[in-house]
Structure formats: C-alpha cells, structure tokens
Ligand binder design. Structure first.
Ligand code: CP
Length: 310
C-alpha cells in the first residue's frame, strides 16, 4: 500500500464500492485496535467529544451492541433509537427521522433497516457520515469485514482460500457482502442452497454456484452457514426446516468433505440443528465467537476512519 494512501470513503454503505486496498486498510486498522479490548482499562480517548447515533429499525443483538461497545471504547457518546420506541411507529418517514437526528449534530449515524438501499438514501439527505449496519437483502458490510478479519487471523491470508457459503443466499445481506469481500481479496467463493433461495446472477457477483452442499464444501478452508431468513420470505420457499436441515444443514458428515483444518463460521443468530449442527457450532473448528470479538475491532476501525479523531 502506498505511503500516501488516504481512506477515501465518507460513508460505509457496502463492500461493492470498496477496492481491495480499502478493505485491507480497514482490516489492518481493526487488527491494530483489537488489543484495546484486551486491556484491563478498555478505553482510549480517540473519539472523545464525538456523537454516534445507532438508529436500528430492525432487531439486532450483535451488531447494535458491537457498534455501541466500539464507540464507547473510543470515548464517543452513543445514543440508541429503535423502531418500536421512536416516532417511526407514528408514521414518520425514515428520512424525516434522520433529518431530525442530524439537526442534533451527530458525527455519525449507524442505521439498520429492513429496506435495501435505506442507508444510501439517508446518506444523500443528511450531512453526517452514515454506516450501513444491514439493509434488507442488500449488504451488511461490517459483518463481512469482521468475517474477513477472522479468516485472515486464523488462516494468515485470504488470497487463494476456498470459502463455502451455504444457505439462504437470496435473502442474506451477509452472503452478498461476503461474496464481494472474499472475491475482492482473492479468495474463491462457492455457494450452495435450495434453488428457491439462490438468486440469479450469482456468478456475476463473483461466486460459483454448486448443486450440492457436499460439492460446495469439498476442499474448503472456510465453511459459513447462514440462517434461513424467514422474516424476508413472502411465500413459502421451503417445504420445512426439517428438510432444509437434512439437505443443507452443516453436519460432521458434510464437514468431512472440507479440508481437515477448515474453520466453521456463522454470522448469528444460529438456529441450532437447522443450518448448523450444535456439536460443530461449539466444536474446536468453530470461530463463531471470534467473529463477535473481531466485530468490535472492525467497528472501532470504521468509526475511526470515517469520524477521524485525536
Ligand atoms: N450478525 C448480525 O447481524 O447479528 P444481529 O442481527 O444480532 O445484529
């Protein structure tokens, strides 16, 4: 990377708009911030005096808390708004809500929304930087960045790795960001899932579509299971979750097709026994809680890069 490299993004809307050098720079920044969370006093003054608003209009456990922990560890002031407790419940539009929040002069608004493209819309209407914390079926950039960081930590590299992503590819913003991110960093991505949950044009996104989970997992260094996103499916797209578990669940038998040192990932929340066998979720190859740990470091890096600081 050139010594003059300057992070060029004002907003974090998706990995589609990021070059490999941008992703690498975020990961290196996150790697340098990780040790702050291992100190006995887990706080640095880097973002002292900055204001971060978490506008989460869809449920979240990991992402919302992780952004809040990240901001607080850098001494920013954080404020949380959810859909149920806000005037969105009275019919206020998202842009009106955000304009009112922007009038309080925050330094960053982090948004999760069920509608794809909402963070981009917001970024066009408010002066503050916007971070996409997951929008509909579009992208979940901070999740993919923490996944890339976790794989690089465990495998020492990203280029040349074989990554299998299994499940509801159509409705998974995690899958979309990860396909872009892993491909951009030189990994080979294979996907498998029910035909009803496989979007058209998957090859154009950079992934190879396999006809079975065994084929996708064959020789893989990384196996990522996805939750079936029932909340985004209007019509029934699966006969039953039991059938899904039989044909697409990641089990020890499926993992026998992967490399012996393959790691198992899941963005959470897990439906144990559906997309992932509980013994694997809690087993020695699982890096699922490392993903959560790295999420704080990645979000510290994102906040730092778009808000600056001391
Ligand atoms: N991975 C993820 O986005 O989890 P949450 O929905 O709990 O934020």
């Amino acid at each position: 990377m050139s010594a003059e490299y300057i992070f060029p993004h004002r907003h974090i809307l998706g990995l589609a708009e990021m070059a490999d050098v941008d992703i690498d720079f975020i990961l290196k920044t996150a790697e340098s911030f990780k040790e702050i969370s291992q100190r006995s006093i887990k706080k640095v003054p880097t973002l002292r005096g900055k204001t971060v608003i978490n506008l989460f209009l869809e449920p979240s456990t990991r992402t919302r808390l992780s952004f809040e922990v990240a901001a607080k560890r850098m001494s920013a002031d954080t404020f949380n708004i959810s859909g149920a407790g806000s005037s969105a419940a009275k019919g206020e539009t998202m842009v009106d809500t955000a304009r009112n929040l922007a009038a309080m002069n925050p330094d960053c608004i982090i948004i999760r929304h069920s509608c794809s493209g909402s963070p981009g819309l917001l970024a066009r209407h408010i002066p503050a930087p916007v971070i996409n914390a997951g929008d509909g079926t579009h992208e979940h950039p901070s999740q993919a960045l923490l996944d890339l960081m976790t794989v690089r930590e465990h495998k020492g590299r990203l280029a040349g790795l074989k990554v299998a992503i299994i499940g509801d590819i159509t409705h998974s913003r995690v899958a979309h960001s990860n396909i872009i991110g892993f491909s951009r960093m030189g990994a080979r991505v294979r996907v498998a899932g029910p035909a009803t949950l496989m979007p058209p044009g998957i090859a154009a996104m950079g992934a190879e579509c396999c006809s079975s989970v065994q084929e996708a997992v064959s020789g893989a260094d990384v196996v990522m299971a996805l939750r079936v996103q029932k909340e985004r499916q209007r019509d029934p797209l699966l006969p039953s979750l039991r059938e899904y578990a039989i044909f697409y669940g990641i089990t020890p038998e499926v993992m026998a097709h992967a490399r012996p040192d393959a790691i198992i990932m899941h963005p959470g929340p897990i439906n144990r026994g559906v997309e992932l066998d509980p013994a694997l979720a809690d087993g020695p190859h699982s890096v699922i809680l490392d993903q959560v740990t790295n999420g704080v470091a990645v979000r510290m890096a994102l906040l730092y890069l778009i808000m600056g600081g001391e």
